[in-house]
Design a protein around this ligand. Structure first.
Ligand SMILES: Cc1cc2nc3c(=O)[nH]c(=O)nc-3n(C[C@H](O)[C@H](O)[C@H](O)COP(=O)(O)OP(=O)(O)OC[C@H]3O[C@@H](n4cnc5c(N)ncnc54)[C@H](O)[C@@H]3O)c2cc1C
Length: 352
């Protein structure tokens, strides 16, 4: 007599992501899976804050290579080393003034060099609607628009949303891309993938610039903040997260502070499974920790990143010095690893 054998149906690639990542609420929201899908199978569901299937899947599996939260990919990246591979670490300040710079304006200076020297055709950054304080992926082709994009956008990491259309433009040959560690991980994974769609998507990314990141917030942090400080969103000039506080500078230059612990409920759930503080798969990483106020800590990791850094310095765009407090970076990165490792390991074990 034949035995009844239960055959588990094979999951389509996006169903694997659904089961192992989206349903576990550990999706980083980086949109790498959506960007790499040539069949437009996936779209982002803003209500549920996760990707969803909207078209038939062609089973190319490129989305699996893009996900920084799948166990196989996590295992390739996870490590207790906060700084990651590097060639040099420097204190940097932009030689040009811009009151919107988040720290030393290093990112804008590097992107200025890349655009002015025509090393790239455009930069993919995050813009900000200053009326609502909502951020959005923004492609900039000139330094005027680039300078307007300065400053950290704490509410979104959706920069990859724009890359899919951008790479289809035959006039665009080279791109500089800025992202938080999850975005950088996704692009970094795709750079190592041999999937033809993955290769097509990221081969135009000449420079991958990572931002240090402890955590990001969902959009509803904005009403959460404005309610607490009693102002309308359009009165906010700049926000800065650090040392346990969200410091909000208003247009009249008055300053309000909110303990970050009070904003904990708005931290994106997927950030709890991230153990990368310094965007270790980037060409260059930039953060504020480790440098004096008004300066950036810049970690150059690859020959490409070093080349861009040197060009920006030679063009007189960067003032560079030694003395980054690497221990301070390790301390904050270590806190992130300790806080998130449990969620990270739990998520991985549940995926097996
Ligand atoms: C969510 C988040 C959390 C962070 N947490 C920390 C932290 O804990 N410790 C720390 O030292 N640094 C942190 N940073 C990095 C820091 O705030 C600065 O972004 C970094 O030091 C660069 O400063 P800068 O003056 O060189 O950047 P600028 O010269 O002002 O340029 C910043 C560039 O990055 C782009 N950008 C801003 N936000 C995003 C985003 N979300 N995705 C893609 N591009 C973006 C801007 O459009 C602009 O082009 C965080 C950044 C973000 C976005």
């Amino acid at each position: 007599m034949q035995e009844n054998v239960l055959i588990k149906p094979t999951l389509q690639p996006y169903q694997e992501l659904e089961e192992k990542v989206w349903q576990k609420a550990i999706c980083a929201g980086c949109r790498g899976c959506i960007a790499v899908c040539l069949a437009d199978t996936l779209a982002y569901d803003y209500e549920l804050n996760k990707p969803c299937e909207v078209n038939p899947c062609i089973e190319c599996k490129a989305c699996l290579d893009a996900c920084p939260r799948l166990p196989a990919n996590v295992e390739r990246m996870v490590s207790s080393d906060v700084i990651g591979p590097y060639l040099d670490i420097k204190n940097v300040r932009s030689e040009k003034a811009n009151e919107r710079f988040q720290n030393g304006g290093a990112v804008i200076a590097l992107l200025t060099a890349a655009l002015e020297e025509e090393l790239v055709d455009c930069a993919l950054v995050m813009g900000l609607d200053r009326w609502t304080q909502k951020s959005y992926p923004h492609v900039v082709y000139d330094t005027f628009k680039l300078n307007k994009s300065a400053g950290s956008k704490y509410t979104s990491n959706a920069v990859l949303e724009s890359i899919k259309e951008l790479v289809k433009d035959p006039k665009v040959k080279n791109i500089a891309l800025v992202g938080t560690p999850c975005t950088v991980q996704s692009v970094g994974l795709l750079r190592k993938s041999s999937n033809e769609y993955a290769v097509k998507l990221v081969q135009k990314v000449r420079f991958l610039i990572g931002l240090f990141c402890f955590e990001a917030f969902s959009d509803n942090v904005i009403p959460g903040i404005t309610k607490r400080i009693g102002v309308s969103p359009w009165r906010i000039d700049k926000m800065s997260a650090g040392e346990g506080q969200m410091t909000v500078t208003l247009r009249d230059q008055s300053i309000k502070s909110i303990p970050l612990a009070e904003l904990d409920e708005y931290v994106k759930p997927g950030c709890r499974a991230c153990t990368d503080f310094t965007a270790k798969l980037s060409d260059i990483s930039v953060g504020g920790v480790g440098s004096a106020p008004g300066m950036s800590s810049v970690i150059t990791r690859t020959p490409e990143g070093m080349g861009l850094f040197n060009i920006a310095e030679e063009m007189g765009l960067l003032k560079v010095s030694d003395g980054v407090n690497v221990e301070a970076i390790k301390k904050v990165g270590g806190q992130k690893i300790r806080r998130n490792r449990i969620a990270n390991e739990l998520a991985i074990s549940q995926q097996r």
